[in-house]
Structure formats: C-alpha cells, structure tokens
Design a binder for this molecule. Structure first.
Ligand SMILES: [Zn+2]
Length: 63
C-alpha cells in the first residue's frame, strides 16, 4: 500500500491551503442594456443572454 513517508506538517498544510480561495465572479457589461452583469449568465436587469430575451424581466411586467 502506498503510504506517505512522513506526516505533513502544519506549515505544509497551511502553505497548501493558502492558495485555495474563492475567485470573484467576472463582471461584464450587458450587451443589451450595458448594465454590469455576471459573465455567462442571463442578465438580471433585462433578461437577455446571447442577444435574445430568455425571460420576461420584472420591469417589463409592470409596464
Ligand atoms: Zn441586460
């Protein structure tokens, strides 16, 4: 059986964990309404994704 030769020290573990962190979501401006929105996601303000309306936004329902 493959076994580690020595115990991983607290320092080694912490040095490894130092690089595991959450990445900030990339924010782009919407191609339709130019508002900041998350990349590869449907725009939350106008409901557009890849140049077409995916869902009716709440703002349009009021009008
Ligand atoms: Zn938009």
């Amino acid at each position: 059986m493959a076994n580690p030769k020595g115990k991983t020290s607290r320092t080694r573990t912490r040095q490894r964990r130092a690089n595991t962190h959450l990445a900030m979501p990339s924010i782009i401006s919407c191609s339709n309404c130019k508002k900041p929105t998350q990349a590869h996601h449907v725009c939350t303000s106008c409901g557009y994704y890849k140049g077409r309306n995916v869902f009716e936004s709440k703002e349009k329902e009021k009008k």
